[in-house]
Design a protein around this ligand. Structure first.
Ligand SMILES: CC(C)(COP(=O)(O)OP(=O)(O)OC[C@H]1O[C@@H](n2cnc3c(N)ncnc32)[C@H](O)[C@@H]1OP(=O)(O)O)[C@@H](O)C(=O)NCCC(=O)NCCS
Length: 216
């Protein structure tokens, strides 16, 4: 496994070979049309720039010296989401599938993210991409949500399946989940009678349509 550390013509060509083969057969990796070499050069430049911050990296899996699989990790911006790492662009050349390269890439990304200090991994996968979902499940991910119709390809709509995997938490971590209270919390208003402007009679139908400003 190698990590993108330069963007030269050879790397651009090798990655373009993989991405274009995946996209040509309809792979769900973010390109609707086969990218040009220049597109891939720019894309790799962005990954390279992100990698220099230490908060991202692009894995290049070579077999017999040739890139056959890629995948990226990127941490959220420093702050409340800085401990969450997103995995993306995981793909294997069609001629090299079923050999364990997908798992090798995902495992390498998990290890890198763990070394970085990530606590939580996340990724999105198209609902009908059952093979990729099986790969992620076999690597310890579970589905935490589904955005119905979240992926649009022309007239077609697919679910955007969100998956996650918890990594280690610092020893002093206090888990609040969604319990009420604490910083950033907001209490619910107490339930009370609804009043409306004089002249209006508040019946059941009225209450149902009253703007929340009228709820005391
Ligand atoms: C998804 C993808 C990366 C898998 O790569 P791969 O190298 O063939 O996967 P691996 O050989 O490492 O498979 C590892 C495990 O994943 C699961 N898996 C992978 N593909 C599977 C499939 N089509 N059906 C069922 N399980 C599958 C299996 O559990 C497998 O373990 P096993 O071989 O012991 O059964 C590859 O098919 C691909 O590039 N697809 C197109 C791009 C894409 O959709 N990427 C994901 C974007 S979110």
């Amino acid at each position: 496994m190698h990590w993108l550390d330069r963007v030269d013509d050879q790397t651009i060509g090798e990655v373009h070979r993989v991405v274009s083969a995946v996209v040509e057969i309809g792979g769900a990796v973010g390109w609707l049309e086969v990218p040009t070499l220049a597109d891939i050069g720019q894309w790799l430049g962005e990954w390279h720039g992100a990698a220099t911050t230490g908060r991202a990296g692009l894995a290049l899996c070579r077999v017999n010296g040739q890139v056959q699989a890629v995948g990226g990790w990127q941490a959220g911006r420093e702050g409340p989401l800085g401990h969450v790492v997103q995995l993306s662009k995981i793909m294997v050349h069609p001629d090299a599938r079923g050999l364990g390269l997908g798992r090798t890439v995902v495992d390498a990304l998990i290890e890198r993210a763990d070394d970085f200090g990530a606590e939580l991994l996340t990724l999105g996968v198209r609902g009908n991409n059952h093979g990729a979902r099986a790969l992620y499940e076999s690597c310890g991910f579970q589905t935490w949500g589904v955005l119905p119709n979240g992926v649009a390809v022309g007239d077609d709509r697919f679910d955007d399946v969100r998956m996650c995997r918890q990594l280690g938490l610092p020893t002093n971590t206090v888990i609040h989940g969604s319990t009420a209270g604490g910083l950033g919390g907001s209490p619910l208003r107490p339930a009370s009678r609804v009043t409306v402007d004089s002249g209006t009679t508040a019946g059941p139908d009225t209450v149902a349509t009253i703007d929340s400003r009228w709820t005391l």
